[in-house]
Design a protein around this ligand. Sequence first.
Ligand code: SAH
Length: 237
Amino acid sequence: MNLLRYISVFLVLWLFFPAVSARSEDVYTQKRKQMIKHDIKGRGIKDKRVIDAMAKIPRHLFVPAFYKDKAYGDYPLPIGEGQTISQPYVVALMTEALNLKPDDRVLEIGTGSGYQAAVLAEIVKEVYTIEIRQRLAEEAEKRLKELGYKNIKVKHADGYFGWQEYAPFDAIIITASANHIPPPLIKQLKEGGRLIIPLGRTVYFQTLTLVTKKKEDLELKQMGGVSFVPMIGEARK
Ligand code: SAH
């Protein structure tokens, strides 16, 4: 009698739990589709490679468990240490602006959760990303490895100085705000390369600025207001 009861409990668990986890995966897939429709395509993002990357990446695995259900909303979310994962639309806008090619080598400053690095890694050949906060750097590196990304290198350092060993880069994306463009990053950008940065003096508001390196000159294009966490380290000295 007891044995029968054990077997039936086991059967119920076996039947029920896979169904529950399968259903919650579907919930995230649904939410991701909604995000693409309303906040990415719906707000004017056209680059198919950016759209495909964001339609594929499980963004809910880049936020703390507590925020999983909110991962596909169009706002930034806390990732610990007072830092945030950028809102989906801004990730798409910045990535699209870089006009990336499959063979490109890209440098990111401000790894944070690693989400932006994953988006880049779906589009280009090599991604280098630098994070100044050790815990975030370690967590992002582990997460990206678990998700199978082999074309991303994570470094714990001050991104102000770039990553000379792998320079020059076809594109550079800075996902923390600063009141100037770090000169070492301009040096490490290829001729004709593009760099995007939230430029501004205040903690609350900056102007997303796209920079194209042309001969000895920089061509600047302002792309609207954004709100990023500030770059720390050398940028603030
Ligand atoms: N791109 C991230 C979000 C960036 S939040 C994502 O997709 O989740 C900004 C990040 O920049 C924070 O993690 C912060 O610690 C980091 N940061 C700030 N100053 C930095 C610096 N000087 N060098 C490298 N990273 C920096």
